[in-house]
Ligand binder design. Structure first.
Ligand SMILES: Nc1ncnc2c1ncn2[C@@H]1O[C@H](COP(=O)(O)OP(=O)(O)O)[C@@H](O)[C@H]1O
Ligand SMILES: [Mg+2]
Length: 324
């Protein structure tokens, strides 16, 4: 089975259980009022290894929150299965190893951060001493000391997100599942969350987080999965996704007339002009060769030939466009 990888060495067999595994996960929401159905997730299979930071990317409505709610055992999938450390998500053992930060964390507005964490500590069955120790650790980590005794009611989005993160960490879970942890934050707030994620990775946690913002994912993730309309379009290390799928090549030419420029432009993915000449971006070597031939045939000069690394952003946009 996919979730068990057997590593054999010198007659010893070690079983490695992945932190998060989903197989053919699907969700269809049914509306009893409209008698309609929405297929929000379709055949989602992904694996997140132990101590990995996995970025789950997709536009609004792609199905990220649906996936996360299934992983946290909050809603049931219509088909397929999901496991945390080999345990089906509907089992208590799976849920106990998860720390969850919802998209819009909900708090009791009249409690203070200290009371809030104390409350969640109780839910986790922590003793009074353990709860005090937890407060010491988490208030330090999330910089909550200054606001320890203020009511949550007046908190900014950034403060709420820090408190939500602290709540997710109560009980020291091995797996963190964060739904858009950086959305709605200013650059400093985003950076703080990014740094926290990296810190948690150093503490050997597994982190699964969703985002519709590429930059956030690019900077902290080991691997990403791109979800488009409920389907996983791509999954892998960022560097691999960018180099393997496509190679963009820029062919730069000078000394060609407008007619030839227009012709080459029509056969290119992108075009721009600079002092160096006309830049034609093509997606494969065959097209690059064809362009070069035409440039020479038209009496022009090949000024440069540059392989272009696609950015994650370009890749993301291309994946979305190919399936819209
Ligand atoms: N409770 C629900 N009932 C009906 N449709 C839902 C429900 N929750 C989400 N959806 C639909 O499922 C799709 C995926 O939503 P969601 O998982 O929230 O996406 P994301 O988190 O990527 O923005 C959307 O089309 C959304 O409207
Ligand atoms: Mg969402």
């Amino acid at each position: 089975m996919l979730w068990l990888r057997l590593v054999e060495g010198l007659g010893k067999v070690t079983i490695i259980v992945s932190a998060i595994v989903t197989e053919n996960l699907g969700k269809t929401y049914r509306s009893s009022v409209w008698k309609s159905t929405v297929r929000s997730l379709d055949g989602l299979s992904l694996t997140v290894g132990e101590n990995e930071v996995f970025g789950f990317l997709g536009r609004n409505g792609a199905g990220k929150t649906t996936t996360i709610k299934i992983l946290c055992g909050l809603i049931r999938p219509t088909d397929g299965m999901a496991r945390i450390h080999g345990e089906p998500v509907r089992k208590r053992a799976a849920r106990q190893s998860i720390g969850y930060l919802p998209e819009n964390p909900y708090f009791y507005e009249y409690l203070t951060p200290r009371e809030t964490l104390d409350f969640y500590g109780r839910l986790h069955g922590l003793s009074r001493n353990e709860r005090a120790a937890e407060w010491e650790k988490l208030s330090d980590l999330l910089d909550l000391r200054d606001i320890a005794s203020q009511r949550v009611r007046g908190f900014s989005k950034g403060m709420r997100q820090r408190l939500g993160f602290a709540v997710a960490l109560v009980g020291n879970p091995a797996v963190l599942i964060l739904d858009e942890p950086m959305s709605g934050l200013d650059p400093l707030g985003r950076r703080a969350i990014r740094e926290l994620i990296l810190k948690m990775r150093d503490e050997k946690k597994t982190i699964f987080f969703s985002s519709h913002v590429l930059g956030d994912v690019e900077q902290v993730c080991d691997r990403v999965g791109i979800l488009v309309k409920g389907k996983l379009m791509s999954q892998g290390r960022i560097a691999e996704l960018l180099t393997e799928k496509i190679r963009l090549v820029e062919v730069i030419a000078s000394g060609i007339d407008d007619g030839v420029v227009q012709e080459l432009r029509a056969a290119s993915e992108a075009y721009r002009a600079s002092e160096a000449g006309h830049h034609f971006t093509v997606t494969d070597l065959a097209s690059a060769n064809a362009s070069i031939k035409e440039i020479h045939a038209a009496g022009g000069t090949l000024v440069d030939f540059v392989p272009v690394k696609e950015s994650l952003e370009d890749f993301f946009v291309r994946i979305q466009e190919g399936h819209s």
